[in-house]
Design a protein around this ligand. Structure first.
Ligand SMILES: Nc1ncnc2c1ncn2[C@@H]1O[C@H](COP(=O)(O)OP(=O)(O)OP(=O)(O)O)[C@@H](O)[C@H]1O
Ligand SMILES: [Mg+2]
Length: 255
């Protein structure tokens, strides 16, 4: 569905040029959950922007349903590290923003918005304004906002980065449950090895800048993945392998 064909990116600014990505070849299948795991500054966000056509690659091309991406993808949902909610709109109206922009049937999507909010434990908070919500709740609202119109493609850029460990674990499980129902194609950026393994069908491990693909790992663990999944030998094997890759790249030291 989404294919990066020898994609490279060089940012040129007045202060000089930065090579962010090099030789990215990645084929994302429809309905697949793919994580991008790599060190800070290796071009993960850049990759998401290029994949939606918001940024144009300097080299290579992106194919969306076998067609070169010349414009921005319309049927997409984006979740950023920061929730980016509008402070003057309550939670449900933040979620419904997508439907207003896209001129979708309000009554129908209001039902969907409420259902999504219930799935992530936000029932009763629909009328609250962002400042009345906790950080985790705000991020849950932004996830509902990205999903309400049923986007074919969902780009998530470290969506849980600012959350505490407990909330992070719960939202991750909520997200897997929603994804299993909605079957969006997801590109999910994270620094967290556990999170990448627990959510993904495949984990793309990247090198430091200029980001290239070090290895793509198939994660063959039954779904839904549970808290106890981390105690299985299979999980341990994936974790060990990825840790080893980061050690080899000099990003982790075990002394
Ligand atoms: N708009 C831009 N103009 C110039 N350089 C940029 C721009 N956006 C990103 N870069 C550079 O490209 C490189 C990759 O940036 P990017 O934000 O894609 O990394 P990242 O992997 O998402 O990092 P992080 O994990 O810290 O979010 C960085 O060196 C950054 O300085
Ligand atoms: Mg980033």
């Amino acid at each position: 569905m989404l294919r990066f064909d020898n994609v490279g990116m060089e940012y040129r600014t007045f202060s000089g040029s930065t090579k962010a990505l090099e030789n990215i070849n990645l084929d994302v299948k429809s309905g697949e959950f793919v994580s991008i795991l790599g060190p800070s500054g290796c071009g993960k966000s850049t990759l998401l922007f290029i994949g939606t056509g918001l940024t144009k690659a300097s080299f290579g091309q992106v194919l969306f349903h076998d067609q070169p991406l010349t414009d921005t993808v319309n049927n997409v949902g984006f979740v950023f590290q920061d929730h980016l909610l509008l402070e003057w709109r309550n939670a449900i109206n933040n979620v419904m923003m997508q439907c207003e922009f896209r001129d979708l049937d309000k009554t129908k999507y209001l039902e969907k918005a409420k259902k999504l909010m219930a799935t992530v434990g936000l029932t009763g908070f629909e009328d609250k304004y962002p400042h009345e919500l906790s950080g985790g709740m705000q991020q849950r609202v932004s996830i509902c906002r990205a999903l309400v119109h049923g986007p074919e493609l969902l780009m998530m850029d470290e969506p849980f980065g600012a959350l505490d460990a407990l909330t992070r674990e719960q939202i991750r499980m909520d997200l897997e449950r929603i994804w299993m129902e909605e079957k969006n194609t997801v590109l999910f950026v994270t620094h967290d090895i556990n999170e990448a393994i627990l959510l993904s069908d495949r984990v793309v491990v990247m090198t430091p800048r200029p980001g290239t693909i070090r290895e793509i790992i198939d994660i063959d663990l039954p779904r839904p993945r549970k808290l106890s999944t981390t105690e299985t030998p299979e999980f341990y094997h994936y974790h060990k392998h990825i840790t080893q890759l980061f050690t080899e790249m000099g990003l982790l030291r075990d002394e």
